[in-house]
Design a protein. Structure first.
Length: 133
């Protein structure tokens, strides 16, 4: 999470939304009509990539991030795509959330863990073969 103030965070989010950044959508996460975070998703024909989800600290632990992720899982299900993300290896709190929501580790580098949720993960969990790895 950034050390930006709420106002600076909102201003930075507006800048990201209006900038020309590669194939992704940045949006403001709202709760009870208030901006509480931002979401960045890159959509390809095969995959949804959760490229960033930041919830302001004073709004964390209220289920907001979980609700956002569940909506992306629903989108992945309805479109037949996998949902992937990268998370800093030392961010155990986020990794625990993703695991509770059905994500599984598919790769690791020096600083990040790559995680995936999708039909292949569901098949493997049920004893089937993972054909999308």
């Amino acid at each position: 999470m950034s050390c930006l103030s709420d106002t600076a965070f909102v201003d930075d989010t507006r800048r990201r939304i209006t900038s020309d950044v590669e194939a992704g959508d940045t949006s403001v996460v709202e709760f009870a009509g208030d901006p509480v975070g931002r979401l960045r998703v890159v959509r390809t024909p095969e995959c949804l990539d959760l490229s960033g989800l930041q919830i302001l600290p004073r709004f964390q632990s209220r289920g907001i991030g979980q609700a956002v992720i569940r909506s992306l899982v629903a989108e992945a299900l309805s479109s037949g795509k996998v949902l992937e993300l990268s998370v800093r290896a030392e961010n155990r709190r986020a990794r625990s959330l993703y695991e509770r929501l059905g994500f599984h580790e598919v790769g690791v580098d020096d600083s990040e863990v790559r995680m995936r949720w999708g039909p292949a993960v569901v098949r493997r969990a049920r004893g089937g073969h993972d054909t999308r790895a």
